[in-house]
Write a protein that binds this ligand. Structure first.
Ligand SMILES: NC(=O)c1ccc[n+]([C@@H]2O[C@H](COP(=O)([O-])OP(=O)(O)OC[C@H]3O[C@@H](n4cnc5c(N)ncnc54)[C@H](OP(=O)(O)O)[C@@H]3O)[C@@H](O)[C@H]2O)c1
Length: 431
């Protein structure tokens, strides 16, 4: 029986998960695909470290060239993470005639254009199912299952750490700091969680999803990114009183001939499916023209779920190799109705606003006056209980307004003597 030789670069968490699955499911997979997936070499910086799966010493190397330059290796799996040297390893491997499997969203978001072009020039494929949503088969679904569809929007809860923190705040009434501390204790947050909490990880994944849905490989700098570190427990609770839940959403949405692409804390109705996605789970809500609205849900990270996605890519590639054909699987067709990326300033939406004011007559009238000057009308106002500092939280929902106008209005409002804390505004999305 024909063997497909595979080289793995990166024997860390996901890399060892891949070896675990391939070992455990060896016979099953061989029977299913009609050939054997043979791990020929494993490269990691440290070949002596104790891993949670043991392999023959002869398989291990700390030199990636032992994989990249091996003519018998058909597929290279890159699981080291980060942009460099992962980019160089992948480029070299493609030039040496290998297909690629990677889980590296940061790399694809930043260097995808060049890597996909190189692979296509050389008649090779790059598969990346594990780069978004761990084991949730969202890439394959967008690429194949929904191929007959055009998409109008995609809303994703794409970062387990942030979702865990927001869910803890909402369900257990704890502060942001306490929830993040819990996440670290449980291994759901890195020592430095900035990339997750400040939205960059979600943005990386959004670049990939938007590429598949709209055919545009958006530059990261064109994505509006706002994290969750400024979200207070008070806001979580006030929003709940209004039937809203805060989620860090990654949004790609067509409005006329523009594509909105943004990551930020977002208020969504409690009744929406996405609002019940809690803990480290991920979910992607896709609106398509024929298949309608679909929700993809599952663990967004974790050794075996991500490794399961890597193995699925491997199996798909082996089928192509077996058939002796090159299918350009990323035959992306750009949505020609999209003429440009919408700047966040021009996004129209509803907002939740939380002012912290002195309890003095006339303040609300001044605030309303400034909002009116910028063409912003109020949908509802609630005065919350006075805190011991003699300031009053006022929570407002405004009707649709242009982001830029709201920002200018809030700058003016925050200059009022009676406003004691920077005003908080959170976008509301009618998903
Ligand atoms: N963890 C998840 O749940 C998850 C889910 C989906 C996707 N992913 C993606 O999967 C990839 C791997 O993540 P992971 O969690 O498995 O990371 P990891 O545990 O840190 O594993 C990476 C391994 O690669 C090694 N390495 C780093 N640079 C190398 C180099 N130049 N040459 C050889 N080996 C090198 C690392 O060694 P050192 O530790 O010594 O640096 C480490 O052993 C990342 O792109 C990540 O974004 C992860």
């Amino acid at each position: 029986m024909k063997k497909i030789n595979v080289g793995l670069i990166g024997f860390g968490n996901i890399g060892s998960g891949v070896i675990k699955i391939l070992r455990q499911k060896r016979e099953f997979l061989t029977e299913k695909i009609g050939l054997e997936i043979n791990i020929k070499k494993i490269c990691d910086k440290d070949t002596t470290a104790k891993r949670n799966i043991s392999v023959q010493k002869s398989l291990l190397t700390n030199d990636p060239k032992d994989i990249i330059n091996d003519p018998q290796i058909d597929i290279v799996i890159e699981l080291i993470g980060g942009v460099h040297p992962a980019k160089e390893f992948i480029s070299e491997a493609i030039k040496k005639g290998k297909h690629i499997v990677t889980a590296n969203k940061a790399l694809l978001a930043q260097e995808g254009k060049e890597l996909f072009a190189l692979a296509s020039d050389r008649g090779k494929n790059i598969y990346f199912e594990a780069s978004v949503g761990g084991g949730i088969p969202i890439i394959k679904s967008l690429r194949e299952g929904l191929v007959a569809n055009n998409y109008s929007s995609i809303f994703g809860i794409l970062n387990g750490t942030s979702n865990y923190v927001l869910s803890e705040m909402s369900q257990h009434n704890c502060t942001f700091a306490d929830a993040l501390h819990q996440a670290k204790l449980k291994g759901f947050a890195e020592k430095d969680p900035t990339l997750d909490i400040e939205g960059m990880d979600s943005a990386h994944k959004l670049v990939i999803l938007a590429y598949l849905c709209f055919g545009k490989l958006v530059d990261l700098k064109d994505i509006f990114i706002e994290g969750i570190s400024h979200i207070s427990l008070a806001d979580v609770n006030y929003a709940k009183d209004m039937g809203l839940e805060i989620k860090l959403l990654a949004i790609a949405k067509k409005e006329g001939d523009e594509l909105q692409i943004r990551v930020h804390p977002t208020l969504i109705p409690k009744a929406h499916l996405l609002s019940s996605v809690n803990g480290v789970f991920n979910a992607i809500y896709v609106s398509s023209d024929f298949a309608g609205n679909l929700l993809f849900y599952g663990p967004g990270a974790g050794q075996l779920s991500a490794a399961s996605a890597v193995v699925s890519d491997l199996v798909e590639l082996t089928q192509d190799i077996k058939a002796g054909l090159f299918r350009p699987t990323l035959n992306i067709i750009a949505d020609k109705s999209i003429k440009k990326i919408c700047c966040i300033d021009n996004v129209q939406g509803r907002y939740y606003i939380h002012f912290t004011t002195l309890d003095k007559p006339g303040v609300l009238a001044k605030v309303a006056g400034i909002l009116a000057k910028f063409g912003i009308s109020i949908a509802s106002v609630t005065q919350k209980e006075k805190s011991k500092e003699e300031v009053v939280p006022i929570v407002m929902i405004i009707h649709e307004a242009k982001e830029k106008n709201l920002r200018l209005a809030l700058q003016a409002i925050d200059k009022l003597d009676a406003i004691k804390v920077k005003t908080v505004a959170i976008r509301i999305e009618d998903v």
